[in-house]
Design a protein around this ligand. Sequence first.
Ligand SMILES: [Zn+2]
Length: 308
Amino acid sequence: MENISRKGAKLQTKTQRVSFATLRLCVKYFLVTAVVLTCVGVASSQTKPARAHASMSPEAKELLEQAIGVVCTQAKLDPQSSVAIDEMQARPSLPVQSPEARAGAERAQRLLPVAKTLVISSLRQLSTDYGLQKSPRFNVRLRLAIARVNSVKRVRPDMDSRDNASVYLSRPHVITFGTIFLAGLRSDEGMISVLAHELMHIADGDNDSLRALVGAIGNKASDLTGLDIHGQRGEEVTCDLIGAMAVRAFIVSTPGYESVARRLARSVQHNCVDLDEGDEDHLSPRNTIRALLALNPGLVRELINDRF
Ligand SMILES: [Zn+2]
């Protein structure tokens, strides 16, 4: 990493720390020739204190905690559950040609077109939900963001990326995917969630062009949870929210014999870690689930009511 010039608000200096992963951390590197965005599991230490505004009722909070319980119980029961990010990072590297990595790469490439479509519809939905569709300036940015999503063509499996997924924003048609990560997402729902997360970073681009939407979502998540979800935290939560929305729409369009709750849980259960820590720029994994479910109470209802 020695030829990385370190600048930019999103830059982290601890991305390459190897230890027990507790958090999916996404970082932009500014290389000589490229901007690269990497989502990686790292250990980290601290969560900021709560904001003053709490606007969820005690009953809603109780339901939300029950829904988290469903997600992380399914992580143990579901044979296709996503492996927790701390467990992924502790695993040995996996060759690209291993059967698990190949299966994951094939799954990712197969699902990329549907993930792109679902991300675009989720982006449009959120723009309406947050009152941004009337802004001509935002609409121009949204159109360009959608064009960036549409330009993504390929998933590139990479052994050295381990449990990371990366996007080089100068080559935004490729998502580089670590083989451990490919193998750890054992369902279409888990894979779509992560593909959608990366596609949302591509949509936002290297100039944070969707910052109006990201900021609004971060503010709302902060108000609902009492957690500080601004700046980079807001972007990550937005990417995860797009992932959960994409999975929800995928489930509706592909009904099957499995419960809706089991399938929905796969969109977030890589956050069911044992050691739950965040840092200044990132919510802890379990708080990530909390923020997503606070933003989307429909998911809470379905996780609790559609378990069978
Ligand atoms: Zn990310």
